[in-house]
Write a protein that binds this ligand. Structure first.
Ligand SMILES: [Zn+2]
Length: 364
């Protein structure tokens, strides 16, 4: 029999969480509130140097990580949540921050419910990260030695409760400075090397935009400003590549840097090219047991599970890269990163039910 979530208490806590300012880099107030809530439930809590909060809800093996991020995008200060016909939104001046406080509220309420009901449960390592929105800085700084679970569910996706993200792209960034040679464009152009020409040649040789079903690439910046009577001595290019397949991501990144190298060599320009891996991609196999366990939990609750691939990164990319298998779950958060952000009370409740079901140990 399903133990029910206390919807009013869940909603009250969620609304209180959303009213706490926690834009990326300023999560301290949210962190101490979450830490206090978990300590009140008897969970040992640790806040690391970066500001991430981890709590242990000790139960039976195997342990499972439940993760959500504490930061919100801007404008996220002074959030005044409003409920209209079962939909939680704001007065329109800020985001709601249901991304990702819906995940935090659901996890905390599930632990509270399991604790109160004395349910046999898996060991849960609750991980609440900082600065997810600014490049997953928090999860990248987690001390993975201190986590024992090898599997994680990250409550941080749009789509109704029941959505399961099993694949997401990785991303690399390329920053290229091209140095040409300045010369008078009218008097002695042959003495110059045009950085603009080299850059343009490099870009026009690149395969860009949609590369294949799981790979994309794009130039975001191409700048070079100068006088028309000077052969352009410098240009700057910033580009990204994404793929859910890490080998394809590497190949596309290499292709783009080679285009830059070849063009610069051809024109006699100097190239300073920096490649950084923002995060790695992941794609769990179709028969993955973690996905199957989440699907089964949803079905037991009468929620239809839907698996999908994501176009963006999350803490799950970082966890997967750290050797902890992770999927991302929909919480019903909608129109995120806008002041029209909203979430239904039903999705909030269903997300907490799924969290509770995933931690509960059933008699076979
Ligand atoms: Zn998020």
């Amino acid at each position: 029999m399903e133990i029910s979530i206390n919807r009013d208490r869940l909603l009250k806590n969620f609304l209180e969480y959303t009213a706490i300012d926690s834009e990326s880099g300023n999560e301290a107030a949210m962190a101490s509130r979450v830490a206090a809530d978990l300590e009140a439930l008897g969970c040992p809590v640790r806040t690391d140097e970066t500001g991430n909060v981890t709590a242990l809800f000790a139960g039976e093996a195997p342990a499972l990580i439940m993760c959500a991020h504490m930061d919100t995008v801007a404008p996220g200060r002074g959030v005044r949540p409003v409920i209209t016909d079962g939909v939680i939104h704001t007065d329109g001046s800020t985001v709601l921050g249901g991304d990702d406080k819906s995940g935090i509220a659901a996890i905390v309420e599930a632990i509270r419910t399991a604790k109160e009901a004395g349910l046999p449960h898996r060991t849960i390592e609750a991980v609440f990260t900082v600065r997810e929105e600014t490049g997953m800085t928090g999860s990248k700084a987690l001390d993975y030695e201190k986590l024992s679970a090898k599997e994680a569910v990250v409550f941080d996706s749009g789509g109704d409760a029941g959505k399961i993200i099993t694949a997401a792209p990785g991303q690399t960034k390329i920053r290229a400075e091209i140095k040409g040679v300045a010369a008078h464009a009218g008097v002695a152009p042959e003495k110059g090397v045009s950085a603009i020409q080299a850059g343009a040649a490099a870009i026009s040789a690149m395969k860009l935009l949609r590369i294949d079903g799981e790979t994309t690439a794009n130039i975001g910046t191409f700048t070079a400003v100068g006088a028309t009577n000077i052969v352009s001595p410098s240009a700057f290019i910033e580009a990204e590549a994404r793929s859910r397949d890490n080998a394809k991501l590497e190949a596309q990144t290499k292709h783009m840097t080679e285009c830059l190298e070849n063009a610069c060599r051809r024109f006699g320009a100097e190239l300073d090219c920096r490649v950084s891996v923002s995060y790695k991609g992941y794609a769990l196999p179709a028969d993955d047991p973690l996905t199957a366990a989440v699907e089964q939990a949803c079905r037991r609750l009468g929620i239809v599970p839907v698996t999908a691939a994501s176009g963006g990164g999350s803490d799950a990319n970082v966890l997967n890269a750290a050797g902890i298998k992770a999927v991302v779950l929909g919480t019903g958060m909608d129109k995120v990163h806008t002041t029209s952000e909203r979430i239904t009370v039903k999705n909030l409740e269903d997300t907490a039910r799924i969290a509770l079901e995933l931690m509960t140990l059933r008699q076979q």
